[in-house]
Design a protein around this ligand. Structure first.
Ligand code: C5P
Length: 408
């Protein structure tokens, strides 16, 4: 699926309560519309002190609602109509006062009223707090936040950083793109709810000297998409990443490494703590036996100094050989240039893993789309060409279907 249509067909009520972060809600409305959603903006009286309904109408393409007495709803029940149409309600920014209203089940304004009137079964409530750090840290706010979470709301953020008041700390509203991605995640099936997934991604870099090394063209995109999809599916995710320039998917714990040995050293203590291990990294097969301390110079002879290479440890095979109690359910990737099935079957046996995901290396490196072939003891199953995030989501469903139940 193209990132442009991730929210296609979804109707979102975007609620604004009073706070400087209302300026970010303008961008958020745009991001949601860009992602294909229809957006109905509802503003509190306080929000209207920070941004105009005209701006929000222009960005959402729909008239804004601000009052429960709005005569536009023929039956006079804006709170019911607006919440029944919605696939989700996202309050961004949510002020300390608005969170207090939610915690108490108050309904003095249209926005709090519709949050109360929505169907808890079909319409999730997402709340993005934005306030001064002292207000956020206050026990009253923390009590209210705990209460709305207990009542079924999802609290997104807040982030830490510079605040409009000049102070620095917790209380910044998440950025528009982060909130958009959180909303997209809400609609993904929670096939890995509460499970834990460890992933390796990207290439490794094996130093020859301080400025050179052996690496490959892996972009890390597939592994990062797997990490995002696993988090969206409800898993706790740890991502061990080689040198790549990709942002960490939200909610994912990331450990950066350079070489294969560092990747193995990072993976080994983590493996027994995870239920699934997905090895997407394109680990360099060899490393120089000795990395030179200084930059190796040309000597003018026209010859290149011989480089002794050693084979790197096989991270996947090492994890797959851990004792059963410490071993996660292992998934390997195989990038081949030909004879996909034969090589994948060979890897299944050689590495001792229950599932190999095969793809054609030259057709995937650095690209945004891919085709995957799942090879296991039961046979082969193709996931046809799609963008890497769509494939990663399908792969999560395939893994969830094969994963043994947790011992009780
Ligand atoms: O042997 P080959 O590199 O083709 O195997 C690919 C699979 O094994 C991938 O899942 C890759 O992440 C993993 N692998 C590894 N450590 C290595 C080499 C490959 O974990 N040293």
């Amino acid at each position: 699926m193209s990132p442009l249509v991730e929210l296609q067909g979804k109707h979102i009520v975007l609620g604004l309560s009073g706070g400087v972060a209302c300026y970010k809600a303008a961008e958020l409305a745009r991001e949601l519309v860009r992602a294909g959603a229809t957006v109905q903006v509802v503003m509190t009286e306080a929000a209207a002190q920070f941004i105009t309904a005209v701006t929000m109408q222009a960005l959402s393409g729909r008239p804004v609602f601000t009052s429960q007495w709005d005569a536009r709803q023929p039956n006079g029940m804006a709170h019911i109509e607006l919440s029944r149409e919605a696939d989700a309600v996202l309050v961004a920014p949510a002020s300390a006062d608005f969170i207090a209203q939610l915690a108490q089940g108050r309904a003095g304004e249209l926005l709090s009223l519709l949050c109360l009137a929505r169907s808890m079964r079909t319409c999730p409530l997402l709340v993005a707090p934005a306030m001064n750090r002292e207000m956020w840290a206050h026990p009253a706010t923390q009590r209210n936040v705990a209460q709305i979470v207990a009542d079924g709301a999802t609290v997104l953020g807040p982030a830490t950083g510079d605040q409009a008041c000049g102070e620095v700390g917790d209380g910044r509203m998440l950025e528009a793109t982060e909130l958009r991605d959180e909303l997209i995640a809400v609609f993904q099936p929670k096939v890995l709810a509460g499970r834990s997934v460890l992933i390796t991604a990207g290439p490794t870099f094996e130093a020859i000297d301080p400025v050179r090394g052996i690496s490959n063209h892996s972009s890390g995109k597939m592994g990062f998409a797997v990490a995002r999809a696993a988090a969206e599916a409800g898993a706790h995710v740890t991502l061990v990443a080689g040198p790549v320039h990709l942002p960490t998917p939200r909610g994912v714990r990331r450990i950066d490494v350079q070489s294969a040995q560092q990747m193995l050293d990072a993976v080994l203590p983590e493996a027994p703590r995870h239920e699934v291990f997905v090895a997407t990294a394109a680990v360099a097969d060899w490393r120089p036996a000795l990395a030179a301390e200084g930059k190796i110079k040309k000597d003018g002879s026209g010859r290149v100094a011989a480089l002794e290479l050693l084979e790197n440890p096989d991270i996947l095979a090492t994890v797959a050989r851990l004792p059963a109690a410490a071993r996660p359910w292992c998934v390997g990737f195989a990038a081949e240039s030909h004879d996909l099935v034969r090589h994948a079957r060979d890897k299944l046996v050689r590495k001792g893993v229950p599932l190999i995901v095969a793809n054609l290396g030259p057709e995937t490196f650095g690209r945004d789309d891919n085709t995957l072939l799942l090879v296991d003891a039961a046979g082969e199953h193709e996931l046809p060409r799609a963008d890497k995030l769509t494939l990663a989501r399908q792969l999560m469903a395939e893994i969830a279907a094969r994963l043994p139940a947790r011992p009780t």
